[in-house]
Design a protein around this ligand. Sequence first.
Ligand code: SF4
Length: 701
Amino acid sequence: MTVPTSTHCPYCALQCGMSLAPSQEGPASVEVSGRDFPTSRGGLCRKGWTAAELLRHPERVTEPLVRDEGGTLRTASWDEALGRIAAAVRRVQAAHGPDAVGIFGGGGLTNEKAYLLGKFARVALGTSRIDYNGRFCMSSAAAAGNRAFGIDRGLPFPLTDLDDADTVLLLGSNVAETMPPFVQHLEAARAAGGLVVVDPRRSATAQLTDDGAGSHLAPAPHTDLILLLGLAHVVVNDSLLDSRYLAERTRGLEAVILSVAPWWPERVQGATGVPADLIRATARRLAESARTGSCYILTGRGVEQHADGTDTVTAAINLALLLGLPGSARGGYGTLTGQGNGQGGREHGQKADQLPGYRKITDPAARVHLAGVWGVPEASIPGPGLPAVELLRTLGTDDGVRALLVHGANVVVSAPDASMVREGLRRLDFLAVCDFFLSETAREADVVLPVLQWAEEEGTMTNLEGRVLRRRRAVEPPPGARSELWILNRLAALLDAPSSFPTDPESVFEELRAASSGGLADYSGISYPMLDAGEEAYWPYPHGSRGTPRLFREGFAHDDGRARLVAVRASAPSWTSTPEEFQLATGRLLEHYQSGAQTRRVAALTDAQPEPRLQIHPASAARLRIEDSGWVRVTRPGSDVPEVLCRAELSTGIRPDTVFLPFHFPGLSAANQVTEARTDPISGMPEFKTTRVLVRAAAGE
Ligand code: SF4
C-alpha cells in the first residue's frame, strides 16, 4: 500500500495540514484529506478540499509559449523561450541600463524560489527593480511591526495560544470566510463572551459574536484608526494601563498619551458611528482580560490595506502595548498573513528594500554578508528598488522598467488601478510570465513559461506563525513543465551570471540558511531532515538553538530591548455620503483566492460563486432603484478609468454608506478597475478599503 504524502494546502497562510493519497483515477491524481496539524486540526476549507483539481486541469499550460509575429501565442521549445528572454534582457539592459529590467514576484512561491528570485535579480540581472504582491497583502503591518518591535513576524506566538484566550479583538479580518479552520481557535473567547470583531460589514466572522459570544463594532469607512485611538483613550483615561510593563519594556508613552487625548468616546462615536458605551465597554473588557486572563489583538487586511495602514496598525500595537500584552504570557498582538508564503516571501529577498534574512539592503554589514555568500563584490549588489505600485507605475516609461519577468502573480487583476497596470504591461518592450495557467497577466506576455504546482515539488513554506513547513511532491508534473529553480538556473547561465543557481530545493535551502544566518529571520538552524522528522521550527532559529515559538519574552528586537510606542494622528473624516456616492471596500470570498486565477478554474468553487456581486444596503438600493441580482455600474468620480459592471446583492449586513465588491474576478466586473493606486508613504500598501465610487442601476443588461 502506498503511504499518503504529508504536505500543506497550496493556498492561504494558515497552511492547513493536508494528506495526498494516490487516486483511483490514475497516477497523476491524488485524493485530498485534512490531517492533524496545529493550525487546522484536520480541517480544510472548500478551497483546500478541491485543490487537486488544479493539477490535471485541461487549461493548464504544459509547454512554453512565445508570441509570434502575428501576435498569437504559440508553443515553443524551452531553448527558444529561454533564449528569447535572455536576448530581451541583454537588449533592454544594453539600451537602458540594469534597472530597465524588473521582477515581480509572489507570496505563494516557496522559500527556495523566493530566495533564488531575489538572488537572480541582484546577481544575474544586477537590477534593483524587484518587488512582489505581498506589498498588497500585509506590508503596512510589517512596517508597523518593525517600527514598534524591531522585527516583523505575523503572529509572534503559536496560533494555539489563542485557544486559552478569553478576549480576542479581531480588526478587519473575516477569518470565517478566508480561513475557516482558524475559527476553532476563537472558541474559548466566544465561550467567555469575549470575541470582539471590528468590521464595517456584518461579515461571517462578525456573526460569530451573536448570542452573547462577543460584540461587533462597525465603524464608518476609514475610521478604524480613530476607533483604535478611542479605545486607547479609555485605557489611559480610566488608568487601565500596565504601568510597570510600560516603564520596564517600552519607550514613547508620553507622546502616545497626548495623541489619544483628543479622542474621547463621544467624539469617536461622532466620527465612527460606534456607540460611546460600546467603546468604553470594549476597552474595559480588554484591560480586565489583559490583567486577569488572556487577551489578544489581531489585525487583518481590513485595517491594513489603507493609505495610512502603517499608522492604523501602529494604533493597534500601541493599544496592545498600553495593556502590557506583547511578549507577555497574558496575550499579545499579531497580524494574520494572507498569502500561503506571504511571510517567507518577504524574508528572503523579494522585497525591494531587503536582502535575505530580513536584512535592510542599505545595511553595509548585510551587504558584505550576502556578497560573501553569493561570491560577488559587495559593490555589485544594487541598492533599494521601488515598492510594487511604484514599480508598476514605471512600466514602459522612458526611464522605467522596459522588460518585466513575473513569477506567481496576476497583477492585471490583483493590483490597484488595473487599467493603469494593463496599459503599462502593453507599453513594455518585453514581458515574460511564469505560471501554470494562462492568467490575465500571462495573456499579455511575450513568453509564458509553464511551472510546477504545489503537489509536484519539494520545498518549504513559512506560515502565518513564522513556522517553517515542508511542502512535498506527491505526483509527477506534466512532462513539459519545469520548476522555477530550473528556469532561474538556465537563465542565469544564458546571462553569464556570476555565482551558482542550484536547481535542487534542498541545496537552495542550504544556501538560504547561510544567507539568513545572523539576520532577523535567521533560518540557519533549520534543515530538511529536521523538518521531515516533525520538528516545529519557528524563526529566528539560529544554528544550535531550538527556534523561537514565542518572540519578545526576553526583550524586543530594538538595540535597547524595548518596544516603541509611536504616536499617530488621525483627522475626523470629511467625506459624507450622497445618495449615489459610497465608499467601496474590496475583499475576499470563501470560494476564491487572490486574483482567482486558480479558484476560478475549479468547478465546485465557480458553481458556488461564479461572479462578483456588489453588496449594498437595501435602503441604499431602493433609493437608486437597484434590485437584488440587478445589474449595477460602479464608477470612480472624476476619473476616466473603466467602470465596473456587475450584479447587486442586497444585504442588511453592510452600512448604508458603504459597498463591498470581491476582487477575485477579471474583465468588466474587476473591482480593481476602480480602486486607486494611492499608497501608504511608509509601507507602499495601496488603499483597497475606501475608494469613493458612484453606483447606479444599469438597466437592461
Ligand atoms: Fe486551509 Fe487556507 Fe487552504 Fe482553506 S485555503 S484549506 S484555510 S490553508
